[in-house]
Design a protein around this ligand. Structure first.
Ligand code: MSP
Length: 514
């Protein structure tokens, strides 16, 4: 069976879940659900990034141990995901024993390959703030001439710290060759170009251990060093897949790592170089999405405008949020979350288009034939065009989702829904009923209901809860959307003559715009 592996970034535990975390996880969930529907052996991973100085400091500020802080935040994520119908197969925590083992195994592989060496790391240090500054940071903050701390304006001093280094520079050419030979490796195109020019500018070896804090995974054999948090974090994708018990786990390499644009360099430069050094296959694709603003403003803790998933869920159903986030903004671009945009998208595409097609079709079936599907008569041109459009939609949605073009997949389904509504107008079933053209009426109603079934099937990865209800009305039975498979369910003509549907009951009532 073909495998499919999709990941989200692992989220820091020094922050609460917000819109950004929810966005990537929903996107990954849609891909995982779509691939399961397509029959692939799918593995969908999310989790938390729990080590590092920031987490240690955040815990100290609260007077608790880092692991206790991590446990609290992890619980928030673990209780949020079911509410958003996230269907992850695993939740990785970097503080777990299995991850500890995997990171140390990765370290030994890198060391064994001669990709790690010990040297001195030089930086500027502000003792009162306990903060390190690079020369560039001091220059950017106009503190270079005075050698003062950009935060507190007191003197910074040059310190030397023993550190392990990763030979990143040795992988500049192999990485460039890989990116050039694999045009789909980094997406979207603009991000690929960004990485190419960064790497062409030259790669410097990377300091990959610290001795100034302890909350992390020790370097094997030199315990006063803690492994750099990004080496630790990136390895999570292998841990959960089964490394090092399996040298190359069944689901490795990942089909796609979904990330935000701010962590592109770590995923598209450091991670592939680490894997090359370790002699392991590279992920097939890295997709960096854009950032959300809220009502036109950047989300920030200080402004207090970071959208919390729990608050959003008090006002909007999970599926509505899922639809809006993936429909409104092309994946890869920045976008704005506004209540007005959400309501307008919902009212036009879900209430007016899908909801209306479902309600009117089931209502007519009830009115004209007691909710029973009659025999399909001879197909006319209009019927064949509708069927062809359904089949083309199925192919297009798959092609769009192969390249994470969520908004295009949803737009394509919406085009078909609009086609369905036109088909109703063009065939005017009420006229056929009046004229007693029963055979044609049955044919038209059949085509409507069968199209709706296949629309719901393709929408189910995006809106699993709503589509279970929609399919329930069509099938007149409970439908487990997780058990659907295209192979069994996606063919035209599965509904049989004599099948009884339920009466219409609106699943997308219009939202009040005021
Ligand atoms: N722990 C690292 C990732 C390690 S992956 C091996 C991390 N964590 S994070 O919690 O800070 O961020 C997680 C993700 O949230 C990032 O992909 C980031 O791009 C995303 N977002 C943060 N703010 C965002 C928006 N305003 N909009 C969309 N995504 C945003 O980075």
């Amino acid at each position: 069976m073909q495998t499919y592996y999709v990941t989200t970034p692992i989220y820091y535990v020094n922050d609460e879940p917000h819109l950004g975390h929810m966005y990537t996880t929903i996107a990954a969930d849609v891909l995982a659900r779509h691939q399961r529907l397509s029959g692939k052996d799918t593995f969908f991973l999310t989790g938390t990034d729990e080590h590092g100085q920031k987490v240690q400091q955040a815990a100290e500020a609260r007077g608790i141990a880092p692991i206790d802080l991590a446990n609290q935040v992890v619980e928030r994520y673990e209780s949020l995901w079911p509410e958003l119908h996230i269907s992850h197969d695993d939740f990785i925590r970097t503080s777990s024993e299995r991850h500890h083992k995997a990171v140390q195994a990765m370290w030994r592989r890198l060391e064994g390959a001669g990709a790690i060496y010990k040297d001195f790391y030089e930086d500027w240090y502000c003792i009162p703030c306990e903060t390190y500054w690079t020369e560039t940071q001091l220059k950017d903050a106009e503190c270079w001439e005075t050698h003062t701390c950009p935060d507190c304006q007191r003197a910074v001093e040059k310190i030397q710290e023993e550190s392990y280094f990763f030979r990143l520079s040795a992988f500049q050419e192999p990485l460039l060759a890989h990116i050039r030979a694999n045009p789909d490796f980094i997406a979207p195109e603009s991000r690929r170009n960004e990485v190419l020019s960064f790497v062409e500018g030259g790669l410097r070896d990377l300091s990959v251990s610290r001795t100034t804090f302890s909350w992390g995974i020790p370097v094997p054999g030199d315990e006063k060093h803690v492994i750099y948090v990004w080496i630790d974090a990136l390895t999570n994708y292998l841990t959960a897949a089964g490394f090092p018990e399996q040298e190359i786990p069944k689901h490795w390499p990942a089909d796609v790592h979904l990330i935000g644009k701010d962590i592109l360099r770590f995923h598209a430069v450091y991670w592939p170089c680490m894997l090359m050094a370790a002699g392991l296959p590279l992920p097939k694709r890295i997709y960096a999405h854009g950032w959300w603003t809220v009502e036109g403003e950047k989300m920030s803790k200080s402004k207090g405008n970071a959208l919390r998933p729990a608050d959003l869920l008090e006002h909007y159903e999970s599926d509505v949020l899922r639809y809006f986030l993936l429909r409104e903004v092309p994946f890869g671009q920045d976008g704005d979350f506004s209540v007005e945009a959400l309501k307008s998208r919902y009212n036009s595409e879900l209430a007016n288009d899908v909801g209306n097609l479902l309600n009117r079709s089931l209502a007519m079936l009830k009115k004209y034939n007691n909710s029973i599907l009659g025999a399909r008569g001879d197909e006319q041109e209009m019927d064949r065009a509708l069927i062809a459009d359904v089949e083309a939609m199925q192919r297009d949605v798959d092609a769009y989702l192969q390249r994470q073009a969520f908004h295009l997949a949803l737009e394509r389904i919406n085009q078909l829904v609009k086609h369905g509504n036109r088909y109703v107008e063009e065939n005017a079933p009420w006229g056929l009923a009046k004229a007693g053209e029963t055979a044609r009426l049955n044919t038209v109603l059949y085509h409507l209901v069968e199209s709706l079934r296949l629309i719901a099937l393709q929408l189910s990865p995006f809106m699993p809860e709503k589509m279970a209800v929609m399919l329930g009305q069509i099938m007149n039975d409970d439908v487990d959307v997780n058990a659907l498979r295209l192979l069994d369910d996606a063919g035209w003509g599965k509904l049989q003559e004599g099948h009884v549907c339920q009466a219409a009951s609106p699943i997308f009532p219009r939202m009040d715009v005021a």
